[in-house]
Write a new protein. Structure first.
Lengths: 320, 262
């Protein structure tokens, strides 16, 4: 049985969903959780349900905001006292930035953004997409421990842990050390919605949207079904949407439960970024568009008439 | 300023990926290689910083095979001054690549004031090398950067996080900055640039020259395979306006009753 630490970020009074996905998957192992800052009681209750043994709040000066150096020094100091075999985190903006730094402080290896994994006894074996999902490979780690792993949000699913954990809350003093790259300001994004990489439903627009203003009809649909709006590279390169919304090989790789592609032809680099979505709906005027080869439900027709009708149908279905 | 740019050579985004027969990697024989798209932003940023700081040099560093030298040729054609290539297989793990890049930078004899790279390579998509390299060199670094301004000693950079929000960092140089799309618009290599690039110095090193061996391998890949093909889906014709309402109603109904996602 491996000794495992899951690093989590706090999101208001809760931890991110991916943390609970990881804990559920690690049922049967001794799993501690650590976060920078005080972990709220609601979060501790969630972590207990998913089997956490100890829950560590790492506290110290200069840790109010994320900084690559401050967080890395703090987490490294904490891990060094813990004899962990593995350190897991979600493949979020912080997880992806932070974990390679901490791994290197231990001269250790890291598997990025796995979409599934098993523990064969004490040994981790993961599956991860490469070339933006055009292929998959098995990934294993070797060399000095602990070994580090980030897990893609929404990929494992919420597996309940049959045994709840004690989730003993503990404080640990940590030292952020010298910080030479420090946040001066945070500029809010245009959307309050979940990020594309964490969204459960995505409505995406392509070149056929013709104009940035036309994304309004996608926003309306997204509001009804609780979706985040994305875009193809063609739409981004045409200036219809910012790069933060781009889905595909040079944008974000996503795996929501439902992906609705509107006016997207389905270039290979776009398909790579969204093909692992559980259910795909495509709306396109061209019956031969490659997107239809990946769609569970294809509608051949004009998005500008189909989308508003669909929005109304969603409203009827959901009683809104 | 001594400016370094780390670049990787990757299969073109239009490439159809085919796992090799033994599943140990992918078929590389018929691939068109390009500079990793995010690295183009790093090269452009290096040239912009060079132009703003007289007497600066831009050195490009790459670890990978010599099947093609497209990435380094392109970087020098865009305007970089010289290049170092550490010859290695195209599927080294992030730790080995970062250690080799560090070795090559040290072999150049110049102390970096600024290191630029793409935020991630679009082949293995790890988003690790910039942070590993910065940690190995003991430098501050910021990843996924979409905005850069500043002097030869202090810079302000914007890092893109979830939902398109931006973290604005003040950073003391020397530092490593990993670039995302949006930071600038990379220039095209001009014809004179391409001609000149042929005469620019390119130093080739081996992994042994930069102190990297199999003992540095941390990540083992195997069993490369294509994602499972989905069974064909249902396709509905809604080109006729009279049918649209019925088709949409049916699809929305199926999303609930059959796909169970609503």
């Amino acid at each position: 049985m491996a000794k495992i630490l899951v690093f989590t970020e706090l999101h208001g009074s809760h931890v991110k969903g991916v943390t609970l996905e990881i804990l559920g998957k690690l049922a049967g192992h001794t799993v501690d959780v650590a976060a920078i800052g005080a972990i709220p009681s609601e979060a501790i209750a969630d972590l207990a349900k998913f089997g956490a043994a100890n829950v560590h709040s790492l506290k110290g000066a200069n840790l109010e905001k994320y900084s690559p150096e401050g967080y890395a020094n703090s987490l490294k100091g904490f891990i060094a006292g813990g004899s962990y075999d593995y350190v897991f985190a979600g493949a979020t903006s912080v997880g992806k930035d932070l974990l390679p730094r901490v791994a290197t402080m231990f001269d250790a290896g890291m598997a990025s953004e796995v979409t599934n994994f098993i523990m064969e006894g004490d040994k981790f074996a993961g599956t991860r997409p490469l070339f933006a999902g055009k292929c998959f490979a098995k990934v294993e780690l070797q060399g000095p421990k602990p070994h580090f792993v980030t897990v893609r949000p929404n990929a494992l699913g919420m597996n309940a842990n049959p045994t709840s954990g004690a989730a003993s809350a503990k404080d640990a003093a940590v030292d952020a050390g010298a910080i030479r790259a420090m946040i001066k300001d945070i500029v809010k994004g245009t959307s309050e919605k979940l990020d594309l990489t964490e969204a459960n439903i995505i409505v995406s627009g392509g070149r056929a949207m013709k104009d940035a203003a036309n994304f309004k009809i996608l926003d309306e649909m997204a509001n009804v079904i609780g979706a985040t709006v994305g875009a193809s590279r063609a739409a981004v390169d045409s200036g219809f949407a910012p790069h933060a919304m781009q889905v595909g090989q040079t944008g974000k790789t996503v795996a929501p439960s439902l992906y609705i592609a509107c006016g997207i032809s389905g270039a290979i680099q776009h398909l790579a970024g969204m093909r692992t979505s559980k259910v795909i709906v495509a709306i396109n005027t061209d019956p031969d568009a490659p997107i239809f080869t990946k769609a569970d439900y294809g509608i051949v027709g004009d998005l500008f008439t189909i989308v508003p009708i669909m929005t109304q149908e969603f409203k009827n279905l959901l009683g809104k | 300023m001594n400016i370094f740019v780390c670049v990787k050579q990757v299969p073109d985004t239009e490439t159809k990926i085919v796992p090799s027969g033994d599943g140990s990697f992918i078929e590389t024989s018929s691939i068109k290689w390009i500079m990793n798209p995010y690295d183009e932003f790093a090269v452009e940023q290096a040239l912009l910083v060079q132009a703003a700081n007289a007497g600066s040099t831009v050195t490009v560093v790459r670890v990978g095979s010599t099947k093609d030298t497209e990435a380094l040729r392109t970087a020098m054609a865009m305007g970089a001054d010289d290049a170092f290539l550490v010859e290695a297989a195209d599927n080294l793990d992030s730790y080995m690549i970062a250690k080799a890049l560090k070795g090559a930078i040290e072999k150049s004899g110049k102390t970096p004031d600024l290191i630029l790279s793409g935020k991630q390579a679009i082949d293995d998509d790890c988003l690790q090398v910039p942070q590993i390299l910065a940690t190995m060199l003991g430098l501050p670094s910021v990843s996924v950067v979409v905005g850069y301004e500043g002097s030869a000693t202090d810079v302000t950079v914007k890092r893109e996080v979830e939902g398109g929000a931006l973290e604005v960092y003040g950073v003391k140089l020397p530092a490593l900055i990993a670039c995302n799309k949006g930071i600038n618009t990379p220039r095209y290599a001009s014809l004179p640039g391409i001609m000149k690039a042929k005469k620019k110095p390119l130093t080739t090193l081996s992994l042994a020259d930069v102190g990297v061996s199999d003992a540095d391998k941390r990540v083992k890949y195997s069993n490369f395979q294509l994602p499972p093909e989905k069974p064909p889906g249902k396709k509905f014709d809604a080109t006729d306006a009279a049918k649209q309402a019925a088709v949409v109603k049916e699809v929305v109904g199926l999303l609930r009753t059959e796909a169970k996602v609503l």
